[in-house]
Design a protein around this ligand. Structure first.
Ligand code: NAP
Length: 282
């Protein structure tokens, strides 16, 4: 199978590495707006060749769009416009509803299978690409009833090659769920990093103290603005009410502390400890 990957960063690059290694793709064609990322992807063996978008789509049995979600909005209709044969098109974007809406009326809509692999790191670019990034992780396929059966099967096969577990939901449910588990975590991490950086003008002090909880909670704050600002823009409708719930929890904690109500603080922490039941399932 010929697979074309548009966007040769962490996600597109990691997918390409596994698809080649596991024999799913006999050839990987790469497309990227950044000449240096394209060069790196070739040099690292992530792709076999670099091409322009039209040629990459025309040759492909499967096209993976792995660019920031604002760029996906521009590229997805262009990709669908170029389809000449039975080519399945999928994306990996962290938002789904706005992307699904954008191609609702496109004549080739059914060739598109909306998907989101729930795995990543805070690093970006082709040098961040790694093998087995999606192994044992969840991938969400959205609104598959609006896609052609063979196209859905091809995308499912790809995720089975990664050894990912596939969940199905509609775009609206996806955006709400990832708003809680992924987008809120990033807001919290960015806010924590900004609060500490504001306070501690001497970053060396932070560095000295940063090994434990701070480093793990602030890790996501290293994630790039190019990728995350468009995610917040597209999912503001979910993130705003979720933030209200979170701010309310912070306020509750603050009130207990102001009242020196340590019994309530203990209860709050014990309630939070129940997250072990969820996280220890992994
Ligand atoms: P990344 O490492 O920054 O890679 C994106 C690549 O796409 C970069 O090489 C970028 O080039 C290129 N690009 C940007 N706009 C383009 C355009 N218009 N045409 C062609 N190439 C373009 O980002 P990533 O982490 O792989 O994220 C890609 C997608 O995966 C996003 O939609 C994100 O929501 C989704 N996702 C990310 C994660 C995660 O943890 N990172 C997890 C799941 C899903 P430049 O360097 O020039 O910008």
């Amino acid at each position: 199978m010929v697979v074309s990957v548009i966007g040769l960063g962490l996600i597109g690059g990691s997918m390409a590495l596994d698809l080649k290694e596991k024999g799913f793709a006999k050839k990987i064609i790469g497309v990227d707006r950044s000449a240096s990322n394209a060069e790196d992807a070739l040099a690292l063996g992530i792709v076999d060749e670099i091409s322009d978008l039209k040629n990459a789509v025309e040759q492909a049995d499967l096209v993976i769009i792995a660019v920031p979600v604002n760029a996906t909005l521009q590229l997805l209709p262009q990709v669908l416009d170029c389809i000449q044969k039975e080519t399945a098109v999928t994306d990996v974007g962290s938002t789904k509803q706005v992307i699904l809406n954008s191609v609702q009326a496109h004549p080739m809509r059914k060739y598109f299978v909306a998907a989101h692999p729930m795995s990543g790191t805070e690093n970006s670019g082709p040098k961040a690409a790694i093998h087995n990034l999606f192994n044992n992780k969840v991938a969400i396929i959205c609104d598959q009833e609006n896609s052609l059966d063979w196209a859905v099967e091809r995308v499912k096969k790809m995720y089975s090659v990664f050894n990912s577990r596939i969940l199905y939901m509609d775009g609206a449910a996806h955006d709400e769920h990832v708003g809680y588990v992924s987008h809120l975590s990033h807001v919290i991490s960015y806010a924590l990093a900004v609060a500490v950086l504001d306070k501690e003008k001497s970053t060396s002090t932070i560095f000295d103290l940063a090994a434990g909880g701070f480093a793990s909670t602030a890790r996501l704050a290293k994630s790039s603005a190019e990728m995350w600002t468009p995610i917040f823009e597209q999912n503001a409708g979910n993130v705003l009410p979720i933030l209200d719930i979170y701010i309310n929890k912070l306020q509750q904690f603050k009130t207990h502390l102001q009242n020196k109500d340590f019994e309530k603080i203990t209860e709050f922490i014990q309630e939070a400890n129940k997250i072990r039941r969820v996280l220890n399932k992994e």
